[in-house]
Every structure is written in structure tokens, then in C-alpha cells.
Design a protein around this ligand. Structure first.
Ligand code: NAD
Length: 299
């Protein structure tokens, strides 16, 4: 059944996700502050609007895909924002990766206004967004997450209803902690193999069918010409920026600290992303972290 759906934030992830809702037959009205993002979404069949109010008018579902917690807070609570302008009957779904506190605030403030909110972070990157194969992690009241399932299906490969408020974000932050700690292991193992004289392609073949196998090994192997999807093949142009990796990992470490969970490995990974950003590489791919493992600091 066709629905009217609003989409706020048409960036690397938002535009292809919204495009998959269009392809599924929905009418999607999108808003972004950046003209370039809006143009990309328009080419995917999204009807671009000039304001949040215009995008959300009459919408059954309102998605957000925004860079950071402060953008999510501004889009919800700002003048002319989602809470002020969306129909009370709309289901709000935030697919951004935010901190647990921001997600909790979205649930509480939406609830206080009588509006249903679901935290709906995603995993699978820009390729998964385009292919419609993202893993979607839903947190909220059972009735709301059941309704959310239908709306996210066109861009999802896997949908999990994980329980109450912030449980989607909890899964996303824990997942990304694992991802970035694994990435450091891949970087150090790859550097060791190369410095002990192994050919990178040959060693990759071994590790890929051994106990060192992981998603960053398969996807981001940090030597040129080994795996086609690796940023190392393209001067570390970003598929996932170091700046966003630092953001996700800092939220995970912060949540762990609040819960008394000890995460020394995640802290080392976080330090290295901060160093990468400090050296001016925040907009490069997070897999450039491998330079710190290399004997001469080069890849
Ligand atoms: P992005 O920066 O490409 O897109 C965000 C968009 O939001 C931009 O186009 C920006 O102009 C827009 N925006 C900012 N403020 C706005 C406002 N007030 N009103 C309307 N639009 C506004 O980021 P992205 O890579 O698409 O990531 C979006 C979210 O998804 C982030 O929270 C990120 O952590 C998460 N995420 C990203 C990936 C990935 O691989 N890129 C994977 C999973 C999750």
C-alpha cells in the first residue's frame, strides 16, 4: 500500500534509502539544507521540498538521517522542526547514529507530545543503502516498532525489533565498537604480514579462510589491490569517514563508561581516530588508521 513518507537529511545514506522507498511505490517528500544532496535525491524520485514543514505535511512516517546528535536535536525541536510541524499521527524514525542520551531524549520528548518515535539506526554502509540490504535495529514500544518494520523494509536486508527505547542505538554502538577494534587488528596484522615478507594478496587469501577473518578484513583490507571495495585502492577516499568513526566510537566508549564496562581496546582505537583527525584526515576513510601500524607511517 502506498504511503506518504517524509525524509529529512538526504546525504550519503539518506538519499539512497529514500530512493528505495520511492522504488517501492511510496510518495517520498525530502528536505536537506544542502542543494547537492537534494539534487541527488531528486534524481532518485524524491519530491524535494523547501522546508521540514512542507516535507512532513500529511506524512504517515517521518525519517531522519542526519550527521550528528546536535543536528537531530535541532531538526526535532527547532522552530519549524518535526515536533512543531508533523501530524501527531505520524511515526518518527531516526536512522542516524546518535548517543544514547540523545536517543532517550527523542523518545521522551516525542512521547510527551503524544507522538510515536522509534530509534532505527542502520548498518551496511552506502553500498547497503543503495542495494536495499541494510541491517535495521529498531527500539521503541512494540506497537511502534511493528509499524516501523513495514516502513523500513524497502531498504532493509535484516530488521530487528530489539525492545524498548534506545535498544536499536545500543545494538548499533556495540556493533560499531566491534567493527573498529577489529579494524585495528586487521591494520596491525596486515602490517606484520607485509613486514615479515608475505605478499599482501597471498596473506589475505589465508586470513580470509582462517580465524583472523572479519568484516573489515573482507571489506577494507588496507593494502592497494587486494579487495575491490578497499579505500586503499582509491587514496583512502571515504566510504566511512574517520570523523564519523570517531563519533560512533566515542558514543560507545561513553555508554560503556556510564555502565562500568571496561573497554581498553576501544579506547586505543578512539585515540588513533583522534590522532588521524588531528593530522587533518577526518574526511578520509577510517581505514587509513592502518598508517599508524606501518613501520614508516605510510601505506
Ligand atoms: P551525510 O553527512 O552524508 O548526510 C547527512 C545529511 O544531513 C547532509 O546531506 C546534510 O546536509 C543534512 N543535514 C544536516 N543538517 C540538516 C538539517 N538541519 N536539515 C536537513 N538536512 C540536514 O551523512 P551520512 O553518511 O549519510 O550519515 C547519516 C547518518 O547515518 C549519520 O548519523 C551516520 O553516522 C549514520 N551512518 C552512516 C553510515 C555510512 O556508511 N555513511 C552507515 C551507517 C550509519
Amino acid at each position: 500500500v502506498m504511503s506518504v513518507i517524509a525524509w529529512i537529511g538526504l546525504g550519503h545514506m539518506g538519499a539512497p534509502m529514500a530512493g528505495n522507498l520511492v522504488a517501492a511505490g511510496h510518495e517520498v517528500r525530502g528536505f536537506d539544507v544542502a542543494a547537492e544532496a537534494a539534487a541527488d535525491a531528486s534524481a532518485r524520485g524524491v519530491r524535494v521540498t523547501a522546508s521540514i514543514a512542507e516535507a512532513v505535511a500529511g506524512a504517515e512516517a517521518v525519517f531522519t538521517s542526519l550527521p550528528r546528535s546536535e543536528h537531530v536535536r535541532a531538526v526535532y525541536e527547532g522552530p519549524g522542526g518535526v515536533w512543531e510541524t508533523a501530524p501527531a499521527s505520524a511515526l518518527l524514525l531516526d536512522t542516524s547514529t546518535v548517543d544514547v542520551e540523545t536517543s532517550r531524549w527523542c523518545h521522551e520528548q516525542s512521547g510527551a507530545r503524544g507522538i510515536r518515535f522509534v530509534d532505527a539506526p542502520v548498518s551496511g554502509g552506502i553500498a547497503g543503502a543503495a542495494a536495499g540490504t541494510l541491517t535495521v535495529m529498531l527500539g521503541g514500544e512494540a506497537e511502534a516498532t511493528a509499524l516501523a518494520r513495514g516502513f523500513v523494509e524497502p531498504f532493509a536486508g535484516h530488521v530487528f525489533e530489539l525492545g524498548g527505547a534506545t535498544s536499536g542505538i545500543a545494538a548499533k554502538l556495540a556493533n560499531n565498537l566491534m567493527l573498529f577494534v577489529s579494524l585495528l587488528g586487521v591494520a596491525e596484522g596486515a602490517a606484520l604480514a607485509a613486514s615479515l615478507g608475505l605478499d599482501p594478496e597471498r596473506f589475505f587469501e589465508v586470513a580470509a579462510v582462517s580465524s583472523g577473518e572479519s568484516w573489515p578484513l573482507r571489506t577494507w583490507y588496507p593494502a592497494p589491490g587486494v579487495v575491490p571495495t578497499s579505500p586503499a585502492n582509491r587514496n583512502f577516499d571515504a566510504t566511512f569517514t574517520a570523523a564519523l568513526a570517531e563519533k560512533d566510537l566515542s558514543f560507545a566508549v561513553e555508554a560503556a563508561g556510564a555502565a562500568g564496562v571496561r573497554t581498553p581496546a576501544a579506547r586505543i582505537a578512539l585515540d588513533q581516530f583522534e590522532r588521524l583527525i588531528g593530522e587533518g584526515y577526518g574526511a578520509k576513510d577510517c581505514s587509513l588508521i592502518a598508517k599508524f601500524a606501518s613501520p614508516d607511517g605510510r601505506i
